[in-house]
Design a protein around this ligand. Structure first.
Ligand SMILES: *Cc1c(COP(=O)(O)O)cnc(C)c1O
Length: 379
């Protein structure tokens, strides 16, 4: 099946009891057994729930994986993945990582004796030098947030195979419409379904998708033991969102391109970050591993003053000033004071996240209206 057909059909079956074409919301915590242990595959909804099962199957199909596991948020999915490790283990990740992932790594798991290295993952040799006998995992997020650097998934897959490490790819920004990391050799795909996958800014949820049965068992054990699972109503909302993923992504990409090109030619705008530009440092890899370049665009203002960025953000009307991304509506944000405020300022600047940097999540509205909004705000 091609992607659009899969988005609508894969992993989802009509309800066996009624034939309902849309997966019912099985709003139940428990399931009646005929005799002890004699049940229909469902015992308790932390462990399994039919609405969640269909969503997990749909996600596995879209990522070309075998097993999908849903969590109450993207962070609960991150939490479950890191809980496969033990004290003394080490993880290497990028230095412009999603702020919440940076926070859980450094403020939570570091206290449990797991060590994290943050480095420029565009430089593969540099990363390979950090590998030692305690290294267990490489954590890639691509495109990165908010600088939209591209990490070479195939390159890291070769490295992790060679050193017997796990490669995790946070695929939140790209979605499987743009790239399928498991096909490129990643072991684990992680998602914040809150963003493009849900797509309507009405639910918080996360997921993990894997091919390997043993990894799936480990993660399912953690999912059930730690209990960070989503409710059936939220699973229904994501299932509904997934059915238009390909349509939304196509428009996000078209609008993203128009916004990036508009900003690039604006006299008050400094650097524009968008992997579709030929001069983008990782454009060649982006072209190879992604179908298109996505709807996220970041830019700096000339002079790089926080006050200028604040003024633009206050003036934007269609681009709502809000955390998050990937919904049908356009959003804008200021990483330095919002999503990445938990990263110390010296480290933030070192990673290239300047004071006036504005991040846009370009929605699926009419591009003309979005450009007019940017014009009146930056103008
Ligand atoms: C939002 C986000 C997360 C965290 O997901 P939540 O659903 O907010 O818990 C992780 N990684 C990336 C790249 C994100 O954008």
């Amino acid at each position: 099946m091609k992607f659009g057909t899969k988005a609508i059909h894969a992993g989802v079956e009509p309800d066996p009891t009624t034939g309902a074409i849309m997966t019912p919301i099985y709003q139940t915590s428990t399931y009646v057994q005929k005799s002890p242990g004699d049940h229909k595959g469902y015992e308790y909804s932390r462990t399994h729930n039919p609405t969640r099962t269909q969503l997990q199957n749909a996600l596995a199909a879209l990522e070309n994986g075998k097993h999908g596991l849903c969590f109450a948020s993207g962070m609960a999915a991150v939490d479950a993945i890191i809980k496969m490790l033990k004290p003394g283990d080490e993880v290497i990740s990028t230095n412009d990582l999603y702020g919440g992932s940076y926070r859980i790594f450094t403020k939570i798991f570091q206290n449990y004796g797991i060590k994290f290295h943050f480095t420029n993952m565009q430089d593969l040799d540099n990363v390979e030098k950090l590998i030692n006998r305690n290294t267990k995992m490489i954590w890639a997020e691509t495109p990165t947030n908010p600088l939209l650097n591209i990490i070479d998934i195939k390159g890291y897959a070769a490295m992790t195979k060679k050193h017997d490490l796990l490669l995790v790819a946070d695929n939140t920004f790209a979605t499987p419409y743009l790239q399928t990391p498991l096909d490129m050799g990643a072991d684990i795909v992680m998602h914040s379904l809150t963003k493009y996958m849900g797509g309507h800014s009405d639910v918080v949820m996360g997921a993990v998708v894997v091919k390997d049965d043993e990894l799936a068992d480990k993660l399912a054990f953690i999912q059930n033991s730690c209990g960070g699972t989503p409710g059936p109503q939220d699973c229904f909302l994501v299932l509904r969102g997934l059915k238009t993923l390909h349509l939304r992504m196509e428009r996000h990409c078209q609008n993203g391109r128009k916004v990036a090109e508009y900003l690039k030619n604006h006299p008050k705008v400094g650097k524009v970050f968008w992997p579709g530009f030929e001069e983008h440092a990782n454009h060649a890899i982006a072209k190879e591993q992604m179908r298109d370049f996505g709807g996220m665009v970041s830019f700096e203002l000339k002079g790089d003053k926080v006050e200028d960025a604040t003024r633009v953000l206050e003036k934007l009307k269609l681009f709502a000033l809000a955390e998050s991304l990937g919904g049908v509506e356009s959003l804008c944000g200021h990483p330095a004071t919002m999503t990445h405020a938990s990263i110390p300022s010296a480290e933030r600047l070192k990673a290239g996240l300047s004071d006036s940097l504005i991040r846009l999540s370009v929605g699926v509205e009419d591009a003309e209206d979005l450009l007019a909004d940017l014009e009146q705000a930056i103008g």
